[in-house]
Ligand binder design. Structure first.
Ligand SMILES: Cc1cc2nc3c(=O)[nH]c(=O)nc-3n(C[C@H](O)[C@H](O)[C@H](O)COP(=O)(O)OP(=O)(O)OC[C@H]3O[C@@H](n4cnc5c(N)ncnc54)[C@H](O)[C@@H]3O)c2cc1C
Ligand code: FES
Length: 281
């Protein structure tokens, strides 16, 4: 589980190529892993953003949002994870459906990439809309361009591409193309907003939910989400779900459950002394 390579993609976003031959051998688009940095670290889910079966590596892209992701982003080539469990989750079904629009908000580009890559290779027409708050936070532009017929960029502040949210280019593409499927991945409000656009047209829309997870294997119930009025576990039934049926309001509420503890832990981690628990290897 050694890190082979590290690159910085944007402020607080790093890409790690990690030796994990058994996981790489079975990885498919839609899969994720659960990692632990050390014995005291929490277990956190991360998407398999790419994999190379021949080299036995998986690529992880991590955005620092709290204690655990801060700890991971401090790791360097040669460092090892204590363990990486995976591949987990249900693989995304790759079929020839026609025209697919992939919409990524911020870090959503990481889980979107393996799906559109496989859909492109399967012969679909792929249009990707990539959005971020500003130019410096756009990631995987070249990679997404290489696996799409058209790449549309939008930034909230207009520093690159179209000025505004991804929903506007999504509307424009749906007005001019016969689209068979939309995949929208990013922050919950962004996925919710995309679904509002596609719901008007009753268009199949798949989202990838980032519910809080603990075991990642369907045993703790921590990642429960409601889809079509039924309880589902994001880790085993997902993380991809029919966006038209997801209860986004409940997901937002459940994501806030541990906000106070998360902020306390992050603050301690940022103490700068290296003496707090999270720095103990
Ligand atoms: C299937 C799946 C795939 C993911 N893939 C990636 C990825 O490729 N790259 C990436 O950077 N992040 C990914 N995430 C989110 C990542 O797991 C969280 O950002 C991370 O757990 C936050 O831990 P923290 O201690 O740094 O921050 P915390 O302080 O714990 O949390 C900061 C924020 O992250 C959310 N969060 C906390 N714990 C989890 C958790 N276990 N699962 C989901 N969200 C959580 C909280 O709601 C909070 O808003 C994924 C989540 C899921 C469910
Ligand atoms: S993370 Fe425990 S049931 Fe999904």
């Amino acid at each position: 589980m050694k890190i082979q390579a590290k690159s910085i993609l944007a402020s607080r976003i790093v890409k790690l190529v990690v030796e994990a031959p058994k996981i790489a051998a079975k990885a498919q688009p839609g899969h994720f892993v659960v990692v632990r940095v050390n014995e005291r670290a929490e277990r956190i889910p991360l998407t398999i953003a790419d994999f190379d079966r021949a080299k036995g590596t998986v690529t992880l892209i991590i955005q620092e949002v709290g204690k655990s992701t801060a700890l991971i982003n401090q790791m360097e080539p040669g460092d090892s994870f204590l363990d990486i469990l995976g591949p987990l989750g249900a693989p995304y079904p790759i079929e020839k459906v026609g025209t697919v629009v992939g919409v990524a908000g911020g870090l959503g580009a990481a889980p979107l990439y393996p799906k559109v890559k496989a859909l492109y290779e399967a012969g679909n027409k792929v249009i990707v809309i990539l959005g971020a708050q500003r130019k410096e936070l756009l990631i995987l532009m070249d990679e997404l361009k290489a696996v799409s017929h058209e790449l549309i960029i939008a930034t909230d502040d207009g520093s690159y591409g179209i000025k505004g949210l991804v929903t506007e280019p999504l509307r424009q593409v749906l007005d001019r193309e016969k689209v068979d499927e939309v995949i929208a991945i990013g922050p919950v409000p962004m996925m919710d907003a995309c679904v509002k656009v596609t719901k008007e047209r009753d268009l199949k829309t798949v989202v990838s939910l980032n519910a809080i997870m603990v075991d990642g294997t369907g045993m703790c119930g921590g990642c429960r989400v409601t889809v079509g009025g039924e309880s589902k576990f994001c880790c085993v039934d997902g993380p991809s779900f029919d966006g038209l049926k997801v209860d986004f309001a409940e997901l937002r509420r459940r994501q806030r459950y541990y906000k106070e503890q998360e902020q306390q832990a992050y603050h301690q981690c940022q103490c700068g002394t290296g003496g707090c628990q999270c720095h103990a290897k």
